[in-house]
Design a binder for this molecule. Structure first.
Ligand SMILES: O=C(O)c1ccccc1NCC(=O)[C@H](O)[C@H](O)COP(=O)(O)O
Length: 232
């Protein structure tokens, strides 16, 4: 059974990324998040060890989709992590080529979400390269020049750029989303899902249960509105 068979909901799945405590994970589950992300990048303030992640995954299993976020892992490394944590998805947030995405997909036996950074229209050319190779594309803002890790910086990009993207290329959207702007983001970009990290935190790496609930509620309402208007 694929993730989408198990959680066939929503026209616009909502992912809360970078959860690292049982309490905030429970808040995301209670809010109705469709996917939760566990972050394995050692420089991230949201980093969790594989052992800690396995405990969080056990808490979430069967209640939401579990996503393991890695940066430039080798296929064997990804397979070992997947064996310990048993996620439903791998999220690749580094400079993985289409060939590397395919190799990680084969080594783990899991669907793969590939993150691509967007700052200009030219960046959207990458999407075609991963189409049919990655199971989902996540369009994220590019990190600041001096950043020490490649995602989770709470910076949006210009969603208007996405009007130029071939509609055949469905994507999830992230980068600087928060409870106040996610409805506009959904209306403008019409994504096949939204992903948030910093926008539901009180400090880097510290998730806020109230903000998580507000984000899920605002995103859900906007997606429903769009669906009713026949645009989704
Ligand atoms: O969040 C991190 O610390 C992180 C570190 C390394 C690679 C990716 C990372 N986050 C990726 C995500 O999935 C975030 O949800 C996405 O970049 C959006 O983040 P934010 O702008 O903070 O909502």
């Amino acid at each position: 059974m694929t993730h989408d068979d198990a959680f066939p909901i929503k026209n616009c799945p909502i992912k809360i990324c970078g959860l690292s405590t049982p309490e905030t994970l429970e808040a995301a589950l209670a809010a109705g998040a469709d996917m939760i992300g566990l972050n394995f990048h050692p420089k991230s303030p949201r980093y969790v060890t594989p052992q800690r992640a396995a405990e969080l995954a056990a808490q979430a299993r069967g209640r939401t989709g579990i996503v393991a976020l890695v940066v430039d892992y080798a296929p064997e490394q990804a397979a070992e992590l997947a064996r310990i944590v048993r996620p439903d998805w791998m999220q690749l947030h580094g400079k993985e080529t289409p060939e590397q995405v395919a190799a990680i997909r084969a080594a783990t036996g899991l669907p793969v979400m590939k993150a691509l950074g967007v700052a200009t229209t030219a960046d959207l050319d990458q999407v075609a390269l991963y189409h049919g190779i990655a199971d989902r594309i996540l369009l994220d803002a590019k990190p600041p020049k001096d950043a020490t890790y490649p995602g989770g910086h709470g910076r949006p990009f210009d969603w208007g750029l996405l009007a130029g993207l071939d509609p055949a290329f469905r994507f999830m959207l992230s980068g600087g989303l928060d409870p106040a702007n996610v409805a506009d983001a959904i209306r403008i970009a019409q994504p096949a899902g939204v992903d948030v990290s910093s926008g539901v935190e009180s400090a880097p790496g510290v998730k806020d249960a109230g903000k998580i609930a507000e984000f899920v509620s605002a995103a859900r309402a906007a997606a429903e509105e769009l669906k009713k208007a026949g645009q989704a």
